[in-house]
Write a protein that binds this ligand. Structure first.
Ligand SMILES: *[C@@H]1O[C@H](CO)[C@@H](O)[C@H](O)[C@H]1NC(C)=O
Ligand SMILES: *[C@@H]1O[C@H](CO)[C@@H](O)[C@H](O)[C@H]1NC(C)=O
Ligand SMILES: *[C@@H]1O[C@H](CO)[C@@H](O)[C@H](O)[C@H]1NC(C)=O
Ligand SMILES: *[C@@H]1O[C@H](CO)[C@@H](O)[C@H](O)[C@H]1NC(C)=O
Ligand SMILES: *[C@@H]1O[C@H](CO)[C@@H](O)[C@H](O)[C@H]1NC(C)=O
Ligand SMILES: *[C@@H]1O[C@H](CO)[C@@H](O)[C@H](O)[C@H]1NC(C)=O
Ligand SMILES: *[C@@H]1O[C@H](CO)[C@@H](O)[C@H](O)[C@H]1NC(C)=O
Ligand SMILES: *[C@@H]1O[C@H](CO)[C@@H](O)[C@H](O)[C@H]1NC(C)=O
Length: 437
């Protein structure tokens, strides 16, 4: 059985056997046509024309896929909306520094966006072992000479070293968008993007609808992705005035891993290549508690193996509707006692929470937690506060929610304290019952 599957894999491999032109680079005089490919220097990735299985006969796309595994796994597509129909297609680098795909009748079907800066006659396009296709303005390959790179235009996959996020200077976003179907790489309905308002947070959309968020970044974790900390790779979130993005690095170059937003399932999935197959490392939404804002304003979800998904109200709140149930908690919760908006208010800490959606929250990076509390108390719209950054176990900065608190879930493990504003009488009542417990 084992032997037979190996034979089968070799057969699959043979059908993809491309004609490599024994290089990783094209210049202004070279091109990739028909079944020719580029192979990165150490043989990790290949670039060429491909046809997704099941796509209409004769359609081809320029893609990048892993060169060493028998299952053709495409990680990037150039002309995802503009297949070559009249073969053979040709990929070339034009003198203005754009990559261009022409069809068999020499009609341009796709070209890359304009390069940044001027390019010389020595310009090249090189496929790197990271899977990045880089146009170098002078052919040197130096980082200063990068005029365009495929890593800036993700398809549905984030490879190690690729960014997903926002360039604040240009407004440019590195988003991931699913394929329409396994046979059609054109943009599908699922998109992953970063929204930076308040604390940075990644959203999975189906069309315009939010279906999952990773939870806000607190300097250590995305508070809704508990499996983020692992030995296999290092997750990094970079946030400075120029740009905010996530990326990740692998500890061993032989480890193949990719993060994909899948068109058929609508899941954000991390795969790891092991024992001859792509293994699903984790995915989101994982369970019903991951559904966006499942329990409505001021409600939170709790899921574990012993419990069905359950909605609860934050302490000091009660269900808005008597029809509240774990099946439909979307009406959310209302406070038991009105706020006085003055000395009559206090705070109650809750722990182990995926922080509320922080898109409209306000961050004060240099405040202490005590100043944060004062600021919240002084602003009648403030509903909750928390530390903005808990790196190293130290509370730094301040985040203030002056909105309904949405999209929380509780975890068995400690995440971080969120301080909920309540009428002092409710705080005292909670304190008394906590003291008795
Ligand atoms: C590549 O294309 C050439 C010309 O169309 C053809 O002769 C050759 O058989 C092809 N090779 C493979 C491996 O498909
Ligand atoms: C293809 O078109 C380009 C620009 O229109 C032209 O310079 C080139 O000669 C054409 N090539 C062929 C093979 O017709
Ligand atoms: C990413 O999302 C933003 C905001 O919706 C949108 O303006 C932009 O076109 C998207 N970028 C890409 C590369 O899809
Ligand atoms: C969080 O605080 C640490 C320690 O000061 C700092 O290195 C890191 O850049 C901060 N992260 C964010 C997102 O501000
Ligand atoms: C932001 O970009 C400017 C140039 O655009 C650069 O000089 C500066 O070093 C960058 N700052 C950071 C924190 O990357
Ligand atoms: C954030 O503010 C915008 C604009 O006021 C509003 O449309 C949106 O619903 C708010 N989002 C949340 C989660 O409160
Ligand atoms: C209250 O806080 C919100 C969010 O930080 C802010 O938009 C609003 O201006 C504040 N109101 C006052 C009176 O400071
Ligand atoms: C609860 O009561 C104790 C004892 O009076 C007090 O020290 C503590 O600050 C109270 N906690 C809260 C959250 O009010």
């Amino acid at each position: 059985m084992r032997r037979r599957s190996v034979a089968l894999l070799l057969l699959v491999a043979a059908t993809y056997l491309p004609v490599s032109i024994a290089t990783d680079t094209i210049d202004l005089t070279a091109s990739i046509a028909g079944n020719q490919t580029l192979l990165s220097a150490r043989g990790a990735f290949r670039l060429g024309f491909f046809s997704p299985p099941g796509s209409p006969a004769g359609r081809t796309y320029i893609g990048i896929w892993y060169a060493r595994i028998p299952v053709q796994t495409v990680v990037w597509v150039a002309n995802r909306q503009n297949p070559v129909v009249q073969s053979p297609g040709v990929l070339k680098l034009s003198p203005d520094g754009r990559l261009v795909i022409v069809d068999g009748q020499n009609t341009t079907v796709w070209s890359s966006s304009a390069p940044t800066g001027d390019v010389t006659t020595k310009a090249t396009a090189q496929l790197l072992d990271s899977g990045n296709l880089v146009v170098s303005s002078d052919g040197s390959g130096s980082s200063q000479s990068v005029a365009w790179q495929s890593f800036d235009y993700p398809t549905d996959t984030q490879l190690p070293g690729m960014k997903v996020g926002v360039d604040h200077r240009s407004g440019f976003a590195w988003n991931m968008t699913s394929w329409s179907s396994p046979a059609d790489p054109s943009p599908g309905q699922y998109t992953v993007k970063l929204i930076t308002g308040g604390l940075p947070e990644f959203f999975l959309f189906r069309g315009p609808a939010k279906i999952f968020t990773t939870g806000p970044w607190n300097g250590v974790v995305l508070t809704g992705v508990p499996e983020l900390k692992t030995e296999a790779y290092t997750f990094v979130l970079v946030s400075n005035p120029n740009e905010t993005y996530s990326t990740y690095y692998i500890s061993s170059p032989s480890l193949l891993t990719r993060l994909v937003v899948e068109g058929s399932t609508g899941l954000l999935q991390r795969y790891v290549w092991a024992d001859g197959a792509w293994n699903n490392f984790w995915y989101h939404p994982t369970d019903p508690c991951d559904s966006y804002a499942r329990c409505g304003p001021f409600g939170f979800a709790y899921c574990d193996t012993a419990h069905s998904p359950e909605c609860s109200c934050l302490p000091g709140f009660q269900p808005r509707s008597r029809k509240w149930s774990f099946r439909d908690g979307s009406g959310g919760c209302i406070r038991k006692t009105k706020l006085s908006c003055g000395d009559g208010d206090g705070f109650w800490p809750v722990n182990n929470m995926k922080l509320p959606e922080a898109t409209n929250a306000t961050v004060h990076a240099d405040m202490t937690l005590d100043e944060c509390r004062q600021l919240c108390l002084a602003n009648c719209s403030c509903r909750a506060y928390s530390a903005a950054n808990i790196s190293g176990g130290v509370n730094r900065g301040c985040v203030i929610w002056a909105t309904d608190l949405l999209n929380m879930r509780q975890y068995p493990a400690v995440v971080q304290d969120l301080y909920i504003r309540l009428a002092q009488s409710d705080v005292d009542a909670l304190n008394v019952s906590a003291g008795k417990a």
